[in-house]
Design a protein around this ligand. Structure first.
Ligand SMILES: Nc1ncnc2c1ncn2[C@@H]1O[C@H](COP(=O)(O)OP(=O)(O)OP(=O)(O)O)[C@@H](O)[C@H]1O
Ligand SMILES: [Mg+2]
Length: 586
């Protein structure tokens, strides 16, 4: 039977159609979501081979739609199905994903024609939708004719096939890998559904990262296969190992003891996304298929295998990433360590290693802050007294020794917390200096000179440099003597962590930094450059604020203008973060 049907448009449509899909893959996920809502057990997505005119096909074996449902539900645009059909799917009680009633149009974001073919209870219905016609009708969607045919299909199984053809060449060609990644985050842990993209079912390997496969034959558990990916970038939603017995999912993902392993930092563990497949273990699965029986030998064997096969891999990823993270810091750390007496150096290195391990996975600028605080602490004498006491305890009786070792891990943290608190005090003092109207540049200069960490990333590890200080003093002494002495600028020269020097000019806190100040600072830099030709000189001006007319967008690339207040508040924020994360119980 042939007839013509029409869209039904709800008033919410205009707002909803404004939505766009950034990627074709995200649009295709809408069609997968629809199949999920229709209780499909299998979904097959077929993408065209590159540079062909083949269509995209999304097929499912879900409930399908009767001709009436197509007309009253599918074509009813912007209808919220949950308001009439509830939050859960009819047969499998899945939580419904559809909410806006426009997902169907996602297909048309990528293609010019869409065919809906659905079989339900022995009737096959086909509707064709043409994007051109819809666009032309922009405000009168109800008038667009949609040819519908209805045929008998008594032996066909229920399900829906969406075919998208005449793909939009301007859009990125849909990538199977991208689509898999998108789908694995959402559907990777669901039971009762298999999603195939170009014939291959979704798998832990589809999560970006390194994948490992391993298997063993165990006395009680039988054949066990473990596959896991250590995710890179976005974290998986449900990390851990999902257990399947004879293909059927048992409960939620679990750790099998990996969460008790002190050597694996939490930040790394949460990136583990794995599956364990076991055959013929039905008798040790609890009646509700929620878990393996707690004390079963099979469970113990599996946990043992997980520990054996995953820890080596995790530790090697950990070491590699730690090295990478510290590579950038190494040069700066080495420079600061050089200034320490020999016996402190080795200890400082170990302490840094321990602390940085503990903060593994943190952002780079935070790691820099931590390293800078530790180095700071190690440069101070009072901490060595604490450490010496611990060291002496080691040579005492066994109980003392054990106690000292126990504390050992906490010592570095305690030092760090103390130092961080010291920094907060310093920042309050600096604040007080800043608000005092009689403060002049030399006072700010003196206060900041030995606490250059206050400048934040990437200057965290910068320490004052006596040689450069000498160069600047000779330069200013010579140029600004006698009657010019009153004009003497407050300059500090240092080695930038990159391949440059950083020349800072301090202004008084009441002084707004103007373009004239910038030009003058650049003249100092030019003149100093003649004395230090080896590296370029970057310039920073620190003052009360920027003069109203000077727009930061017009700053030359190697010049920065900072305000004391901003510097202090950013530094305080960093230290506070450190304190809130460094509590020994963390
Ligand atoms: N593959 C399918 N199998 C069965 N019914 C479907 C299928 N795809 C769509 N439908 C029906 O058509 C309706 C409209 O789908 P559409 O994706 O436009 O909206 P939605 O899923 O309700 O909401 P959303 O816009 O949030 O996706 C669905 O609610 C569902 O009833
Ligand atoms: Mg939908």
């Amino acid at each position: 039977m042939r007839r013509t049907v029409h869209f039904a448009v709800s008033p919410r449509l205009t707002a909803l159609l404004g939505e766009t899909y950034r990627q074709t893959e995200a649009a295709l996920k809408e069609l997968v979501d629809n199949a999920w809502d229709a209780d499909a057990g299998n979904i097959w997505v077929t993408l065209p081979a590159p540079l062909t005119a083949e269509p995209i096909v999304v097929a499912d074996d879900g409930s399908g739609m009767s001709p009436h449902e197509i007309e009253s539900e599918y074509l009813d645009i912007a209808r919220d199905r949950r308001s009439t059909k509830g939050e859960y799917s009819i047969h499998l009680k899945r939580r419904i994903k559809g909410r806006k009633g426009i997902g169907k149009f996602a297909g048309l974001a990528a293609a010019r024609s869409m065919r809906i073919e659905s079989v339900c209870k022995g009737i096959r219905t086909v509707v064709d939708v043409d994007k051109g016609a819809i666009l032309n009708a922009s405000h009168d969607l109800e008038q667009v004719p949609l040819p519908l045919t209805e045929t008998e299909a008594s032996n066909a199984v229920n399900g829906t096939v969406i075919t998208l053809s005449n793909l939009d060449q301007a859009l990125n060609f849909p990538s199977a890998d991208k689509l898999r990644t998108l789908l694995i985050y959402e559907y990777g842990r669901e039971s009762g559904i298999k999603i195939y993209v170009n014939g291959r079912v979704l798998d832990v390997e589809d999560l970006p990262g390194e994948t490992e496969s391993t298997s063993a034959s165990l006395p009680n558990a039988g054949e066990v296969k473990i596959r896991f990916t250590i995710a890179e970038g976005k974290l998986p939603k449900h990390p851990g190992f999902l257990l399947r017995v004879g293909g059927k999912v048992v409960g939620r993902p679990q750790w099998f003891g990996l969460d008790k392993n002190q050597d694996i930092p939490d930040a790394l563990r949460k990136r583990v996304y794995g599956e364990i497949e076991v055959d013929g273990l039905d008798q040790v699965v609890t009646a509700d298929w929620g878990a393996l029986v707690e004390n079963s030998k099979a469970r113990e064997e599996i946990a043992h295998l997980v520990a054996e096969r995953t820890t080596t891999k995790l530790k090697s990823v950990f070491t590699r990433e730690m090295n990478l993270q510290q590579a950038r810091l190494k040069q700066e750390i080495a420079r600061r360590l050089q200034n320490l007496p020999e016996h402190r150096r080795a200890f400082t290195e170990t302490a840094l290693g321990k602390i940085l391990t503990r903060f593994y996975g943190e952002r780079q600028d935070r790691i820099d802050t931590i390293a800078s605080v530790i180095l700071d602490a190690m440069e101070r004498d009072e901490y060595w007294q604490v450490l010496r006491n611990i060291d002496e305890a080691r040579h005492g009786d066994v109980a003392n020794f054990a106690e000292a070792l126990h504390q050992f891990g906490l010592v570095e943290l305690t030092l760090m917390v103390e130092r961080a608190n010291g920094r907060l005090h310093f920042l309050s003092d600096l604040d007080a200096l800043l608000v005092n109207p009689s403060t002049i540049e030399i006072q700010m200069h003196k206060a900041i000179e030995h606490s250059l960490w206050i400048l934040g990333a990437p200057y965290h590890l910068m320490s004052s440099n006596a040689t450069l200080k000498g160069v600047v003093e000779r330069y200013t002494d010579k140029k600004y003597s006698g009657t010019r002495a009153a004009k003497r600028p407050d300059l500090l020269l240092n080695t930038d962590p990159g391949e440059a020097y950083l020349l800072i000019e301090f202004k008084r806190p009441t002084h707004p930094v103007s373009r004239a100040d910038e030009t003058q600072a650049q003249v100092y830099a030019d003149e100093l450059r003649e004395l230090l030709p080896a590296k370029p000189i970057h310039v920073a001006l620190i003052g009360g604020r920027r003069a109203a007319k000077s727009n930061p967008q017009n700053d030359p690339p190697n010049l920065k203008v900072w305000s004391y207040a901003d510097i202090i508040s950013r530094a305080r924020h960093e230290v506070q973060w450190l304190l809130s994360n460094a509590a020994p119980s963390h």
